[in-house]
Design a protein around this ligand. Structure first.
Ligand SMILES: Cc1cc2nc3c(=O)[nH]c(=O)nc-3n(C[C@H](O)[C@H](O)[C@H](O)COP(=O)(O)O)c2cc1C
Ligand code: SF4
Length: 496
């Protein structure tokens, strides 16, 4: 947790333009932009290629994905609230979140990480879809669609999907590892003799994915995402060059389990639209170094494993295999891909460029615009390789009130099909309606990437083993008290 005296964004001062307070220990803030024009010199200064446009009509162009019609180019990214019930059913805050997303106006809502079995959960409040929780999931789909109809009149062009996950190394009960990763193992308390998940256990997981996918369709979700990102299990397998046997080593072996899962889902529920949120670049872990700035862990070449990067250079995305794999997945029936990168526990600056680091993180070692540009360039490469594939991009929340402009710039340049919104959707779930009705976002509720939501996510000292997460600064009604409680906890636990 950020210490209270270093808090740059006290709850009482949430309006844009209010003075930030800090202890003087913080490095300079990066975000100093007052207009789109202020960004333009950054392209030359930082060696990046950001595009902007004021032509917001581009968002209204509908897209077809399989049999789905999607009415605009906005996607709400999967955003876990860690607010499910112990049995895995969605809790009160989960329902609230999807009612708000539904009302918000985005036509592609990518439901959050949902574990395919109890052991696969990343935290004890992660949602799990099974026979005993299915009715609650059916209600959440109905509520989201109803809220969308109430606020936007028509939901026939709304697509609402669910992300199916196995948390692998980050399972909260005990890590389930596909491979020994010399850089991640010490961070996840894995000793060299810790057993890998066996080939048979991996094969058995196919049934869990199929069962969950069938239920997801039965309760009304429009698409299912076979999640391969953020170094959870299927992502770890993609990079498992050093795993022996049929699920490691060669490209064919590393993609085998996901291929089996996709084929099995396709056979069991032929009508479902298949999607995947996928890392296109893993990178290596960073730690807090001098001045609290992120430093890469020391590494030796060739790297034992990793996806979307060469064995010699873990800092530059190499999309050769991700592009090949997306092509293969298309052949298997995947028609929607959400592009992301990095590991939220090991290099949050790759996953979500930020002004203020999460509690287990470090100050951004690069200008966050470079991080956003990395996302945009990688996504553009994928979109260029498959111009008729529906591709969702990431990295937009950092742009605060200029997010619609950079999104429109990328859409018009054909660099992406959907602008995906993560943290900004927690701060302002109705941002699409705001833009439609007022021509701009509500400046008083623009996400400022101060990572309070991640701080809540990382706080486990709760009777249910996990604090719920949301946006305390801009959603005080639900998270104001939660945030105060967590701040009090962090002060109590502060070393004296
Ligand atoms: C609180 C929180 C919960 C998240 N939950 C998920 C999730 O369930 N699945 C997922 O793929 N990504 C998840 N993410 C990552 C976001 O979807 C997104 O990739 C990231 O925040 C970067 O996008 P942004 O810059 O628009 O925030 C989460 C991020 C945050 C901050
Ligand atoms: S969504 Fe998260 S990062 Fe954005 S303002 Fe809210 S707490 Fe901060």
């Amino acid at each position: 947790m950020p210490a209270q005296d270093a808090d740059p964004f006290p709850l009482a001062e949430t309006e844009r333009g209010s003075k930030t307070k800090n202890s003087g220990l913080r490095m300079a803030h990066f975000f100093k932009y007052k207009s789109v024009d202020d960004f333009l010199p950054e392209n030359a200064r930082l060696g990046i290629d950001l595009r902007f446009s004021n032509d917001f009509a581009v968002y209204d162009r509908p897209v077809s994905i399989g049999h789905l019609k999607v009415g605009n180019r906005w996607c709400i990214h999967p955003m876990e609230g860690c607010d499910g019930n112990p049995d895995g059913s969605p809790g009160k805050l989960t329902f609230r979140r999807y009612r708000r997303f539904g009302a918000g106006g985005a036509k592609l809502i990518w439901g959050e990480a949902c574990a395919v079995n109890e052991e696969a959960r990343a935290n004890p409040r992660q949602i799990v879809l099974n026979e005993s929780t299915r009715d609650a999931f059916a209600r959440i789909v109905a509520d989201c669609r109803q809220a969308h109809r109430d606020a936007n009149s028509d939901d026939s062009d709304l697509a609402f999907g669910l992300q199916l996950t196995h948390s692998g190394r980050y399972c909260y009960r005990r890590p389930v590892i596909a491979t020994h990763d010399p850089l991640l193992d010490p961070r996840t308390k894995i000793t060299p003799d810790y057993p890998l998940i066996s080939d048979d256990e991996l094969k058995r997981l196919v049934d869990d994915y199929v069962t969950t996918a069938k239920l997801a369709c039965a309760v009304g979700f429009d698409f299912v995402d076979v999640k391969q990102c953020h170094r959870y299990l299927l992502n770890e397998l993609l990079g498992a060059r050093n795993r022996p046997g049929p699920f490691g080593g060669s490209y064919e072996n590393r993609t085998r389990l996901t291929r089996d899962i996709i084929q099995a889902i396709r056979a069991a529920v032929p009508d479902v639209v298949l999607a995947s949120r996928m890392n296109v670049f893993d990178g290596i872990p960073f730690h807090k170094g001098e001045n609290d700035s992120g430093q890469p862990d020391s590494w030796t070449e060739p790297l034992a494993n990793g996806w979307g990067m060469s064995e010699q250079d873990p800092f530059t995305p190499d999309l050769t295999e991700p592009i090949r794999w997306i092509g293969d997945m298309r052949t298997l029936g995947v028609s929607l891909v959400n592009v992301t990168m990095g590991n939220p526990y090991a290099q949050p600056h790759f996953v979500r460029p930020f002004e203020y680091p999460p509690p287990d993180g470090y100050e951004s070692p690069e200008h966050p615009l470079i991080g956003a540009d990395r996302h945009f360039k990688a996504t553009a490469q994928i979109q260029r390789a498959y111009p008729d594939l529906a591709v969702v991009g990431t990295g937009y929340s950092y742009f605060q009130e200029f997010l619609p402009h950079v999104g429109a710039g990328n859409l018009l340049a054909g660099r992406v099909s959907f602008v995906g919104i993560g943290r900004a959707s927690l701060a302002q779930p109705d941002l699409v309606r705001q833009l439609r009705d007022h021509g701009r976002l509500d400046r008083k509720r623009v996400c400022r990437t101060f990572s309070y939501c991640t701080a809540l996510m990382r706080t486990k000292d709760h009777p249910l083993g996990q604090y719920p997460t949301g946006c305390p600064p801009f959603d005080k009604e639900a998270y104001g008290e939660v945030w105060k409680e967590v701040q009090a906890l962090s002060l109590r636990n502060k070393p004296v």
